[in-house]
Design a protein around this ligand. Structure first.
Ligand SMILES: Cc1cc2nc3c(=O)[nH]c(=O)nc-3n(C[C@H](O)[C@H](O)[C@H](O)COP(=O)(O)O)c2cc1C
Length: 182
């Protein structure tokens, strides 16, 4: 059964933000603020690993006014989010990208992505994957498969320091630019 509530519509379009367990995840509050400023209502779905200290769950719940979802609800629980008008995955890990492409829906986050692919809503991914992992053939094949499904990708963020020795900004708003693109 679908995990979202088709009848629970909000006045503003509803954006799912799927958060994976990458080091930059602690900046997701900036994406939520930017999305709300652009007129989106936001619900966050996080992977179980991401829930273990990668970002401030309470702060995100405070910002969105909704629980962060990570586990499946029980059949008697109400569906906490309406259906999405768009979905972004930021940051997207090597693991979640590969599982999504393979259809391995073993977390609510990946199951949400697998289902969203069939809803016809814009899907955007900001991969956060180091060069060594990105050279794995499974990763390249996953990107090609998701690309073929119409998923929109931002440039891969490696976390490598720039010439000034500092890590570049993750560029969270790229995710919004991608889903808002016609
Ligand atoms: C501090 C820390 C930072 C990490 N950063 C990344 C990252 O940027 N990209 C990535 O693919 N994996 C990263 N990992 C590894 C993932 O957390 C790990 O593969 C995990 O299984 C991903 O689970 P998820 O895709 O369900 O969130 C990191 C792990 C740790 C402990």
């Amino acid at each position: 059964m679908s995990e979202h509530a088709g009848s629970d519509r909000t006045a503003r379009p509803f954006l799912y933000v799927v958060v994976c367990a990458a080091g930059v995840a602690d900046g997701v509050d900036g994406l939520i603020d930017a999305a709300r400023e652009r007129g989106w209502e936001v619900g966050v779905v996080a992977t179980p690993v991401a829930m273990g200290g990668f970002f401030d769950v309470a702060a995100v719940e405070d910002r969105t006014g909704r629980p962060v979802r990570s586990a499946w609800r029980t059949p008697d629980d109400p569906r906490p989010f309406p259906a999405p008008d768009a979905v972004v995955v930021a940051p997207a890990t090597f693991n979640t990208i590969n599982k999504w492409a393979a259809g391995l829906a073993d977390t609510l986050a990946v199951a949400t992505l697998c289902e969203a692919s069939g809803l016809g809503v814009p899907l955007a991914v900001l991969p956060c994957v180091a060069d060594a992992l990105a050279s794995h053939p499974a990763y390249r094949e996953s990107l090609a498969r998701l690309w073929g499904m119409g998923v929109r990708f931002g440039d891969r963020y490696t976390g490598d320091p720039g010439e000034d020795g500092r890590r570049p900004e993750f560029g969270w708003e790229r995710a919004l630019d991608l889903v808002e693109r016609r």
